[in-house]
Design a protein around this ligand. Structure first.
Ligand SMILES: [Zn+2]
Length: 208
């Protein structure tokens, strides 16, 4: 794309450097900004810069936060003896959106992936162990993606944590609600069968 203005070209390439935004969308955004008041451009650029420079990471769990300790870790009505271990901030958002979890979190910051050169030492595992050692933690829920990397990390964590008196649990992996068995891939279906639970539990689980 050729532009009559270097300023437009810079604007387009700035927007197009973001994920999911192509040159056409970037140009549309640029034109929109030119048509609106200067105030809009000022607000957007200031809030992006503030976001990037003032954001903090919770010293306890690694969650994105406005303060040293995040709003979840700071909430006295959460169960602080249950830690849900997740890969990243987006997983916390997803679990929080279910409204079903009242414990706290721990962000690993990635998953073990030897092919990508990510070993356990690159993840926030020692800080998790410190939390287990220094607080009275009852349960660790390992809520990791059902992938090879997730399983590798799960296996590593379960070995590392086996020496501590905490209950280790993982998410039940099964057929998605509303899914049809014939369209579920074999691995998922095999796991659903392997991790089957008594029918009474299924019924009582529905009511809780
Ligand atoms: Zn926190």
């Amino acid at each position: 794309m050729e532009f009559p203005s270097k300023l437009i070209e810079n604007g387009v390439s700035a927007f197009a450097s973001l994920p999911g935004i192509g040159k056409k969308t970037a140009l549309r955004l640029v034109i929109h900004l030119l048509q609106e008041d200067e105030e809009l451009s000022k607000n957007i650029s200031e809030s992006i810069f503030k976001l990037r420079t003032e954001i903090k990471y919770c010293q306890k769990c690694g969650n994105i936060s406005d303060d040293e300790i995040c709003s979840i870790c700071n909430n006295p009505s959460r169960k602080h003896d249950i830690i849900c271990v997740v890969e990243n901030f987006r997983d916390i958002l997803a679990i929080e959106n279910t409204g079903q979890y009242r414990g706290v979190y721990h962000i690993l910051g990635g998953l073990i992936s030897p092919l990508d050169g990510i070993g356990p030492e690159k993840l926030n595992i020692s800080s998790l162990i410190q939390r287990i050692q220094s607080q009275n933690i009852q349960e660790i829920i390992m809520a990791l993606n059902p992938t090879i990397e997730g399983d590798t990390t799960l296996f590593y964590l379960s070995k590392q944590l086996s020496q501590y008196p905490v209950t280790l649990t993982t998410l039940a992996r099964g057929v998605a609600f509303g899914g049809e068995l014939e369209y579920v891939d074999e691995v998922t279906l095999a796991r659903s069968i392997q991790s089957r639970r008594p029918f009474e539990n299924y019924i009582s689980g529905q009511n809780s």
